[in-house]
Design a protein around this ligand. Structure first.
Ligand code: ASP
Ligand code: MG
Length: 413
């Protein structure tokens, strides 16, 4: 018995048959004695089609207000269809779009942020014995304009609804069985995790694992809403994403992940004095480039090198800007490399174990992989390596830390 929010992604509602299967699960959950609110995505491929149409008629950057009015229609279809299917099974259901459920956002079209949700309206529906079927991804601003939360935003909608309703759990139904220790397509021995902390999931999501939208994890962590990521194609338990205290087994490495969407820029031989990094990175941030890793070498003979990464889509432009800024600062050269990958290991248990980073470097060295950059945090070690070594690095690290995790030479510190 409880209040459950279920979110179904695009493949889970991809056609009439799939929607019927979702309706069956929703109704069964209610008949087991729960109150159920359902948040749905557009049918798979639908939002992409709408985005393409918008570009065809509205150009590279279509008018944002109209773009949101268009791309939000995918979810509008799904809520109506799912409500019909539920009612066809003899249960009560009402569909709600963003405006109808008072899903208030700011005015930032295409990437709106949530301000508040009218929980009373949904509670009334649930108290009335009905299932609330809610459109993900969309909201309205305080003037009634339709807004959207950014691609993949239904995850965030679901967590926000769960927080507003004070739900016991937010179940995220998707086309994979849960959160894995690595991309199963790359690492056949990758295992489904039964539990993982919000902190670990945040790292994995921001490092490239695509199971959950990053914002939804931040939201869940802020409001303490447990997430259960699971497959809509089976009844198997998935992965629980919960507070650190509720993760009993703190793995040293719970996930090995990679991100090929970055590129590296190196500014060589700039003067080693105050203000140099500020000048370079202010120029980059004012131009809208989001810099990820930054490494500055120890100065030698009054000069130093600064290396950093940017999203690969921004590489050409960021390189051009870096060249012009650096030449004014008297740098010797600016070089770039697009063929890089960031490979990371993440695990809560790292907090209590020494030697994790050095073990990672040993594993890569044994494969003859050169490490170009390194960053660490309390629960993560990331390295930049040549892109062609991605698979090799991910597989070897998974073998060393996950497959024979117990034998890794790490000690309690
Ligand atoms: N339908 C939207 C998208 O494809 C939102 C979502 O599915 O999460 O991005
Ligand atoms: Mg999604």
């Amino acid at each position: 018995m409880g209040l459950i929010v279920q979110k179904y992604g695009g493949t889970s509602v991809g056609n009439a048959e799939r929607i019927r299967a979702v309706a069956e699960r929703v109704v069964a959950t209610q008949r087991a004695g729960n109150k159920v609110a359902v948040v749905v995505s557009a049918m798979s491929g639908e939002t992409n089609k709408l985005v393409e149409l918008a570009r065809e008629l509205g150009g590279e950057t279509p008018p944002p207000r109209e773009y949101d009015a268009l791309v939000s229609t995918g979810e509008q279809k799904t809520i109506a269809l799912l409500s019909m299917a539920i009612q066809g099974m003899g249960a009560k259901a009402s569909s709600f779009n963003g405006a109808q459920m008072g899903f208030l956002t700011d005015k930032a079209h295409t990437k709106a942020r949530i301000k508040s949700i009218d929980a009373d309206r949904i509670h009334k529906t649930l108290d009335d014995g009905a299932i609330a079927v809610i459109a993900g991804f969309q909201g309205v601003d305080d003037e009634g304009n339709i807004t959207t939360l950014g691609r993949g935003g239904s995850d965030t909608s679901a967590v926000a609804v769960a927080a507003a309703l004070k739900a016991d759990v937010c179940e995220i139904y998707t086309d994979v069985a849960g959160v894995f220790t690595a991309d199963p397509n790359m690492v056949p021995s990758a295992k489904k995790l039964s539990r993982i902390s919000f902190e670990e999931m945040l790292e994995l999501a921001s490092l490239g694992a695509k199971v959950l939208q990053l914002r939804s994890v931040k939201f869940a962590m802020k409001y303490g809403i447990p997430l259960h990521v699971r497959s809509s194609f089976s009844d198997e338990e998935g992965t629980w994403v919960t507070r650190e205290e509720d993760v009993m087994e703190k793995l040293v490495v719970s996930g090995v992940t990679y991100n090929r969407n970055e590129a590296k820029i190196r500014v060589r031989g700039v003067e080693d004095h105050p203000g140099v990094a500020a000048t370079l990175f202010t120029a980059l941030s004012e131009a809208g480039f989001v810099v990820d890793m930054i490494v500055q070498n120890m100065g030698l003979d009054g000069a130093t090198d600064i290396t950093f990464t940017v999203p690969r889509d921004d590489y050409e432009e960021a390189l051009k800007l870096s060249k012009s800024v650096s030449s004014k600062m008297g740098a010797k050269a600016v070089e770039g490399d697009e063929s890089i990958t960031k490979v990371s290991i993440v695990g809560l248990g790292m907090k209590d174990h020494a030697g994790v980073a050095s073990r990672m470097f040993e594993v890569l060295a044994a494969d003859g992989i050169n490490i170009q950059m390194i960053t660490t945090s309390e629960i993560k070690v990331s390295v930049v390596i040549g892109e062609k070594y991605t698979e090799l690095a991910v597989r070897s690290l998974h073998a060393a830390f996950v497959d024979d995790g117990a034998e890794a030479p790490v000690a309690e510190s």
